[in-house]
Structures are given as structure tokens and as C-alpha cells.
Ligand binder design. Structure first.
Ligand SMILES: C[S@@+](CC[C@H](N)C(=O)[O-])C[C@H]1O[C@@H](n2cnc3c(N)ncnc32)[C@H](O)[C@@H]1O
Length: 293
């Protein structure tokens, strides 16, 4: 209970509390097995000639590859952190590619800690149950940090960026992949606002950051060489899988006689709002941010 209270206090929450996020992932994580056999809980990256738009899992792993490339890790022993690691899909992908890598995953979900660590058995990866705004990872100890579709749960707040900056060694990189707003929520048109509210509610997000403000905050925190890449069109093919993948999963659950949890419905609704948001290209974009300490 004390841990939960500590997490609630440190999350600096507007819409989603740490407990709501944890509850959501404790209940909805299993649904993602249908999205990705490797338990990647993010959208994919489509590179023509390399990934086929109808092969979802290869696009999801291509996103992992793109992120790892931007971390520019050294060949020798490296320690990295996945801030908001889900079931450790990205962690396992990184360790398969970089044999001398150790990685600490951070998540609020107890379910992900237990199940994710089973998948990580016999690897140099471990998932811990902590808040990424306030981890026990020592200062200046990490050779690279990633946050894939996770900082959105804290509205891409200064507190999560600050913690990433604290744990990184000087000269090392933070890579964020996520959807961002192109303008403040108050300036969104009715359709964009509707999609924004729907996806924040369904996915327990504390609002998503405005890309220019996030860049300014990274800069103010002392990050340098900040690169912002708009990869919306590369992500679009995997977003288009949503109307097929999630309803199909729910139909299968129904025919297996399994009860459909409220979190699964929320996941379904939020995914459709994400699809709708993707159509409002002047309001939303999907980006890879790379920033060096
Ligand atoms: C959409 S999942 C993405 C998981 C993973 N990055 C991936 O791409 O497969 C979001 C993750 O962020 C985690 N998360 C959200 N808010 C968090 C917080 N304040 N501290 C730690 N983890 C958090 C959730 O527990 C979940 O594991």
C-alpha cells in the first residue's frame, strides 16, 4: 500500500493515476499477445523493401531495430534502461541483437513484472516494479535509455524526462517513440479533441505532450543534439492493423466463452481513437526523439 501511495504521489497526474495505469496493464496486457507474438506493445516501423505492411510483427520489431540504432551503443558491455517496458519485448529484441547488453525494464504493472521476467529468464535483463519518474537506478549509470509509447502515460512530463536525464551517463542517449500533439489541446479542432480525449481515457494516458514543448523541456533539462523525426507515415501501416486485430481478438475471446474485461474494451476503443487521431495530421504526429545527455 505504501508503495502504491508513493507512486501516486510521484506521478504528478492529471487524468491517469499510477494505480489506474497499473490496473489497466495488469488486466489488458494479455490482449497484446494477439497484437504481437513477441509481446511488442507499440506500433511498427515500415521500411519499403524490408518490412511488408501486412506482416505486423516484423514492423513492430523493425521499430525496436530503429530505436536500438539511434541509441548508438558501444560494442562492449553496456547497461541500458527501458522506461515503461511492458512485457520486455523490446528488451529481448535488444539483447538478441547486442550480445553484451544488460537491460533494466521499469513498469508499474505487477503482472508485467511477473510474466515479463519469466520471458527474460536466462538473459541479462530484469523488469522492476517502479515508477519511471522516480527509479532506484543510480545517477549517471546508464549507457542508453528508451521510452517507447510509455511516457505518454505521464503526459511526456518534465518529471519523466528529468529522471531519464539523471540516470544516463554523460554523452549517452535517450530515445523516445510516441505520438505527440502538434499544437496545444486548447487549439485542437472538434474532431481532434474528440479523438484525443477518447484515446487518453481508453489508454489511461495523462495527456500527450506537444512536440515543440517537449523539445524545449529536453533542452532546458540539459539534453543536447535533440533530433525530432516525424515517422507518422512509416507507422501508419501498423496503425491500419488496429480495426482488424483487436476486434478479431475480442470475437475469439467471446467464442472461447471468456469474459471480455472492461480494460479490453477500453483498449479497443482507444485503438480506434488512435486511428481517428491519425487522420488529423495537422494535430497529431508520431515521432522518434533522440536526445543526448
Ligand atoms: C504501451 S506500453 C509500452 C510497453 C513497451 N515500451 C513496448 O513498446 O512494448 C506502456 C508501458 O508503460 C508503463 N508505464 C506507464 N506509466 C509508467 C510509470 N509512471 N512508471 C513506469 N512504467 C510506466 C506501463 O506499465 C507499460 O508497461
Amino acid at each position: 500500500m505504501e508503495t502504491v501511495l508513493k507512486q501516486l504521489r510521484s506521478l504528478d497526474s492529471k487524468n491517469a493515476t499510477a494505480q489506474e495505469i497499473s490496473d489497466f496493464y495488469n488486466e489488458a496486457t494479455e490482449d497484446y499477445s494477439f497484437w504481437s507474438k513477441d509481446f511488442n506493445m507499440h506500433f511498427g516501423y515500415c521500411t519499403m523493401g524490408k518490412t511488408l505492411p501486412f506482416l505486423r510483427n516484423s514492423m513492430l520489431n523493425e521499430m525496436n531495430r530503429q530505436v536500438l540504432k539511434r541509441l548508438a551503443l558501444e560494442k562492449g558491455t553496456q547497461l541500458t534502461a527501458d522506461l515503461g517496458c511492458g512485457m520486455g519485448g523490446t528488451m529481448r529484441h535488444f539483447m538478441k541483437t547486442h550480445k553484451k547488453l544488460s537491460i533494466i525494464g521499469v513498469t508499474l504493472s505487477e503482472f508485467q513484472v511477473v510474466q515479463g521476467n519469466i520471458f527474460l529468464n536466462n538473459t541479462k535483463g530484469i523488469i522492476i516494479n517502479e515508477n519511471y519518474t522516480n527509479t532506484s537506478i543510480p545517477t549517471s549509470s546508464i549507457d542508453g535509455a528508451v521510452a517507447m509509447e510509455s511516457f505518454c502515460h505521464s503526459g511526456h512530463s518534465i518529471s519523466c524526462l528529468k529522471e531519464a536525464h539523471r540516470i544516463l551517463k554523460k554523452g549517452k542517449k535517450l530515445v523516445i517513440t510516441d505520438a505527440f500533439l502538434k499544437k496545444p489541446p486548447s487549439e485542437l479542432c472538434t474532431g481532434s479533441k474528440y479523438s484525443y480525449d477518447g484515446l487518453c481515457k481508453g489508454w489511461s494516458l495523462d495527456g500527450i505532450g506537444v512536440i515543440d514543448e517537449v523539445k524545449k523541456n529536453l533542452n532546458n533539462l540539459g539534453f543536447k543534439n535533440i533530433t525530432i523525426e516525424d515517422i507518422s507515415l512509416r507507422v501508419a501501416p501498423s496503425v491500419l492493423h488496429v480495426p482488424f486485430a483487436i476486434p478479431l481478438f475480442l470475437i475469439k475471446q467471446f467464442f472461447k466463452g471468456k469474459k471480455i474485461k472492461p480494460q479490453s474494451w477500453n483498449n479497443l476503443k482507444a485503438s480506434f481513437f488512435a486511428l481517428l487521431a491519425g487522420l488529423h495530421r495537422s494535430s497529431f504526429g508520431y515521432y522518434i526523439i533522440t536526445a543526448q545527455k
